[in-house]
Design a protein around this ligand. Structure first.
Ligand SMILES: N[C@@H](CCC(=O)N[C@@H](CS)C(=O)NCC(=O)O)C(=O)O
Length: 224
């Protein structure tokens, strides 16, 4: 290898985003899909459940939580903040909505609503279903989620993107909650198909395996 080729190879390696995850179904999915949309290559670092609480991992993520991304020398935790930050690093890709744009508030509202009001509760519900969190929480969240998911789904557009007529971080964060809502029986796919269907067709989402679990679930529902 000539020195120039070696330098180029090193640059490419440095440019890759290191992504620490349990696999394709956890919140790393949002970061992975966004990275694919932005054209950033992803270097996967699989963490075994339990190893996320070990000191080595807690050095990069003090909460011992998944995911963590390392990109251009920066360690990024909190999946939604990571997505917003990465999108803003590449303004020309249009995945972020900046303060100067008129859709900025709607963009922030969808991100907060999806990540905070929906994703957090859906994940806690799933953890309670698996006995990882106290089981009684499942019953408490059940009613709340039935109501919240209904209100959430009703606000989606019948087609197109959430804001600014283009794919943004808001769509990726929202799609993650929709996926959890459908997989856990709170949302019917048919209700949100006009919005979610085209997102499921995106090449970057397929490369990131974002919808693999949902596609398998829907195929199984059809064959039953
Ligand atoms: N708000 C955090 C939540 C991270 C989180 O709780 N991740 C889950 C996986 S999706 C996890 O690591 N759970 C295992 C644990 O907390 O020990 C984020 O969005 O990154």
């Amino acid at each position: 290898m000539t020195e120039t080729t070696a330098n180029t190879a090193n640059q490419i390696l440095d440019e890759a985003l290191k992504l620490y995850s349990f696999g394709y179904t956890d919140r790393s999915g949002k970061v992975r899909w966004l990275a694919e949309e932005l054209g950033i290559s992803v270097e996967e670092h699989k963490v075994e459940v339990g190893d996320n609480r070990k000191p080595e991992y807690k050095q990069i993520n003090p909460f011992g939580a998944i995911p963590t991304a390392i990109y251009r020398g920066e360690t990024l935790t909190e999946s939604t903040a990571t997505c917003i930050h990465l999108a803003e690093m590449f303004p020309e890709k249009g995945m972020a909505v900046f303060a100067k744009e008129k859709e900025r508030y709607e963009y922030l509202r969808w991100i907060s609503m999806s990540a905070e009001s929906m994703e957090g509760k859906l994940v806690d519900y799933i953890l309670a279903s698996y006995g990882i969190m106290p089981e009684e929480l499942k019953g408490i969240f059940q009613q709340l989620l039935e109501f919240k998911c209904r209100a959430f789904a009703q606000q989606l557009p019948e087609e197109g993107f959430l804001v600014a007529n283009r794919l943004t971080v808001a769509d990726i964060v929202t799609a993650y909650s929709l996926k959890l809502g459908i997989l856990n029986g709170f949302i019917q796919y048919e209700q949100v198909e006009g919005y979610l269907g085209p997102l499921m067709q995106r090449k970057a989402a397929a490369k990131a395996h974002f919808f693999d679990g949902l596609k398998a679930f829907l195929e199984k529902s059809v064959s039953n």
